[in-house]
Design a protein around this ligand. Structure first.
Ligand code: FES
Ligand code: FES
Length: 149
């Protein structure tokens, strides 16, 4: 199967029904995307497919051929962090950071479709990303800093 991940082409031997998350972590060693619930409800496994956030734990890898997959490892460009990563680094909203890659990728997708979201729009857009440490006020601040950047 051919996959395009973070602007790189891969040829891998994997069953098309395998979850994309397992493929990324086990075959491509891209371990930034995390396994949380495994049921599509926590957002820890979020990646972008053609710029749209998806839950990679419930996405069969076979459905992602010929699509552009972006993981947290692909946001940095030529040694420079993405502005959303920079905003999160600056505000340091995480405790354990297990939710971090999903939060950041969902924020990237949000700001792409709406560069100046209101507080309410941010809250609504991030509903599908759960932070078990409950750092929601700090996360909101980080996203608001990302909006300014
Ligand atoms: S691990 Fe995929 S949504 Fe929770
Ligand atoms: S900081 Fe621990 S899950 Fe979000």
């Amino acid at each position: 199967m051919q996959l395009r991940v973070n602007n790189q082409d891969y040829e891998i031997d994997v069953n098309g029904n395998t979850p994309l998350l397992n493929t990324l972590r086990e075959h491509l060693k891209l371990t930034g995307s995390k396994y949380g619930c495994g049921e599509g409800v926590c957002g820890a496994c979020t990646v972008l497919i053609n710029g749209v956030p998806v839950r990679s734990c419930i996405t069969p890898v076979g459905s992602t051929q010929n699509k552009e997959i972006t993981t947290i490892e692909g946001l940095e460009q030529e040694g420079k962090l993405h502005s959303v990563q920079a905003a999160f680094l600056e505000t340091d909203p995480f405790q354990c950071a297990y939710c971090a890659s999903g939060m950041i990728l969902s924020t990237v997708a949000l700001l792409k479709r709406n560069p100046t979201p209101s507080r309410q729009e941010i809250v609504e857009a991030m509903q599908g990303n759960i932070c078990r440490c409950g750092t929601y006020p700090a996360l909101l601040e980080a996203i608001q800093v990302a909006v300014k950047k």
